[in-house]
Design a protein around this ligand. Structure first.
Ligand code: ACM
Length: 527
């Protein structure tokens, strides 16, 4: 029935708009070729029709206005078009209210039940001379389609085709869907704190490249960054430090929710990480009963790892964690809680396993699925939990054998905090240098030998913050490499090619500059 109404909706819109339009002179657009557009991630299928759509002041955006999510996507598109072009395009305007008495052409964002669009985040974008139609089964998928359309809007307007400027969009048809359902990046806000505004800027940028996950590494030895109302000293004491001795900081629960909501408007899931039982000096400093090392506690603002641990055999530690996870689960709509679990070098192996199994039960009790760094595969975890491969191939294989899905973040390929080369201004090099081409040239589907494709949930590029403390420094390490990871997560191996990618990447410069992104001008790319 819904299908029927949706079809009626599209039909009525198309008829209404063709009836209300006066016959128009066909514009002679310059020759275009949709297949030559600098789209990242490269779509699954592009067919060019060598015609064009002139985006101008009389373009109107239509969505199903009964469906608030679709209207919001239309509004988002309108705002982004205004930022890019200065055009103020009305949304769902009636013909009478359109400036200059009739819409020149229209953009439709439409829910479709077409079975060809049933894959998650699958969309179709059809561009003709007088209409653009984005069809998708879900708002998330329509939102991905919007990004493709935005990327097709040229930087330069054409002032000669009509008496008002037009932005010429090449015509044709794109059918598209992602390879992996999980396409993420991580930001370490614990080693250095990043403000809500800085996190929002990063979210907005990654949305443009169709990433759908932002993992926030919220706690570490150097700082605790999320308010827990039942344990206030975590932020009163643990939130006041960071690497290098700066002031640190933390998100109140309402600030965290502001980040979650901002991400949700871009169909990005926030995954909160509470790293444990190691990486917990800031927590134990706040509540010393948590400490399991027997060593005296001091605040820590250096960059060593592996020296702290919770006491894994104390019931009060688990009551504490029950409160922490309950409060964080309650303000996290996404399905996952990340428990860290990496580099617990001073936790005895059997205590480590016992701990991971206990914490998994707490996470599940609060309605979430557990993610942990690949070491968690050493414990007896349930098959719903997810291992994030960063270092040890055996752990990734063990997880897959146990029925766990695996997220791929191999440090030597996917760590955004590795230096580009010896001249890099920021970054570390323990996993090697990662040039922009090396970051791109690998295949997540086959990278870990013996890891079945069915076990791979997707990829994530983590950005650790030992050497960076603000947006500008963060962007230097993240951009442009994160754009390549977005393509690795979305596009098929058959459609990926460095020589072609580097040309499309060079064309991102205007977007990055317009958004004030301090990207690394790799000499491998002709910017
Ligand atoms: C990690 O890099 N310690 C997960």
């Amino acid at each position: 029935m819904k299908l029927f109404f949706n079809s009626i909706f599209v039909f009525v819109l198309l008829v209404l708009c063709s009836a209300c339009e006066k016959p128009k002179k066909k514009i002679q657009f310059p020759k275009t070729d949709l297949t030559k557009s600098a789209l990242i991630p490269v779509p699954l299928n592009i067919q060019a029709s060598y015609d064009a759509f002139g985006l101008g002041k009389n373009t109107v955006i239509y969505t199903d206005d009964q469906n608030t999510l679709y209207s919001k996507i239309g509004q988002f598109l309108s705002e982004k078009i205004r930022f890019r072009t200065t055009l103020s395009l009305p949304l769902n305007a009636s013909a009478e209210s359109v400036d200059n008495d009739s819409p020149e052409n229209s953009i439709y964002i439409v829910e479709s039940k077409d079975t060809s669009l049933s894959a998650s985040e699958s969309y179709e974008l059809e561009i003709k001379q007088d209409s653009i139609l984005i069809q998708a089964q879900t708002p998330a998928a329509a939102f991905r389609g919007i990004q493709t359309l935005l990327q097709l809007i040229p930087e330069k307007r054409n002032d000669t085709l009509k008496n008002s400027p037009l932005w010429v969009i090449p015509a044709g048809k794109i059918t598209d869907r992602p390879t992996f359902s999980y396409r993420g990046t991580m930001l370490d806000v614990a080693r250095h704190f990043f403000t809500v505004e800085e996190v929002k800027k990063y979210i907005d940028l990654i949305a443009y490249y169709k990433l759908n996950v932002l993992h926030l590494h919220l706690t570490d030895d150097q700082g605790w960054r999320i308010e827990v109302k039942s344990w206030p000293k975590l932020t009163e004491i643990g939130g006041k430090t960071e690497v290098g001795g700066g002031a640190g900081g933390f998100y109140t629960q309402s600030e965290y929710q502001e980040i979650v909501d901002y991400a949700a408007e871009r169909f990005i899931t926030i995954i909160p990480e509470i790293d444990m039982p190691g990486h917990t000096n800031a927590a134990s400093l706040s509540y010393p009963f948590l400490n399991g090392t027997g060593k005296p506690l001091k605040s820590y603002t250096g960059t060593r790892v592996g020296f702290s641990s919770f006491d894994t055999r104390k019931d009060t530690v688990y009551s504490f964690l029950d409160d922490v996870i309950r409060e964080i689960a309650a303000i996290t709509p996404g399905p996952y809680i990340h428990i860290g679990g990496d580099e617990s070098f001073v936790t005895k192996k059997r205590d480590y396993k016992y701990f991971v199994e206990k914490v998994e039960a707490i996470v599940q009790k609060h309605g979430k699925n557990m993610i942990g760094w690949d070491e968690i595969a050493e414990a007896k975890i349930s098959s719903q939990s997810i291992a994030q491969h960063w270092r040890t191939v055996e752990n990734a294989l063990m997880a897959a054998k146990n029925g766990n899905k695996v997220i791929l973040s191999p440090a030597k390929k996917a760590y955004l905090d590795m230096k580009y080369d010896s001249l890099s201004k920021y970054g570390l090099d323990w996993a090697g240098h990662i040039t922009v081409d090396s970051a791109y040239i690998w295949n997540p589907s086959t990278f870990v030998e013996g890891l079945p494709l069915e076990s791979i949930l997707g990829i994530e590029a983590p950005l650790w913050s030992e050497t960076i403390s603000n947006s500008s420094e963060m962007e230097y390490l993240a951009f442009p490499r994160v754009i390549g990871y977005a393509e690795l997560g979305w596009s098929t191996p058959e459609n990926r090619n460095w020589e072609d990618y580097k040309i499309r990447l060079a064309k991102q410069r205007s977007f990055l500059e317009k958004n004030d992104v301090n990207f690394y001008r790799s000499p491998l790319v002709e910017w």
